[in-house]
Design a protein. Structure first.
Length: 186
């Protein structure tokens, strides 16, 4: 017989957001090809909740948004705040932003193509962007030497709050129209 509590614990842990009782039951029923009662699953959840209520755990099981999610206990919020502050300070340098913009607008693009546009070596910027998971390796080019091709990552979309690359500002939106000659009248 399976240990239902451990499977439920794994589901809650793996879920990015709170997971509803119905979702838990659905996953259990598909995995074990048997019906689970509301009471059976609720009892298992209560047992998990009591387990993590012990003082030797830094996390707890919380009922949130009609579902269940593991969260850090309030006693540990001060250290989590420090982590978030430290991570938020890791801003992108001007060189990394320029490199990222080139990749976003020209993708898929090789390092050589980026360097031709920027006019300087981009090794460090590309490495930092890969570490921050804002770009990803999209394959290899068919040209001589088969250079690596870079493109933006799915995290890039989350980071900048866009759904697709079409939502990036167009260059004409970013630069003023200086093509007019002479004075302009209103």
């Amino acid at each position: 017989m399976e240990n239902t509590e451990l499977y439920i614990e794994a589901l809650i842990f793996a879920s990015e957001n709170s997971i509803r009782l119905e979702e838990i039951m659905y996953c259990l029923q598909l995995s074990f090809e048997r019906d689970f009662s509301d009471a059976e699953v609720a009892t298992a959840i209560q047992t998990i909740k009591l387990k993590y209520a012990q003082p030797n755990f830094a996390i707890e099981l919380v009922n949130i948004n009609n579902g269940y999610q593991f969260l850090t206990k309030k006693d540990y919020h001060i250290i989590i705040k420090q982590l978030q502050l430290q991570r938020s300070k890791k801003k992108l340098s001007q060189a990394a932003l320029e490199t990222l913009a080139i990749i976003a607008y020209q993708q898929p693009v090789t390092k050589l193509e980026i360097e031709q546009i920027r006019g300087v070596n981009c090794d460090y910027s590309i490495q930092k962007l890969l570490e921050k998971e804002l770009i990803a390796i999209a394959g290899k080019a068919e040209s001589v030497g088969k250079p690596i091709i870079y493109a933006t990552s799915p995290f890039f979309m989350d980071y900048f709050g866009i759904n697709n690359l079409n939502e990036l500002p167009q260059l004409k939106e970013l630069t003023p129209d200086n093509s007019a000659v002479g004075e302009q009248s209103e």
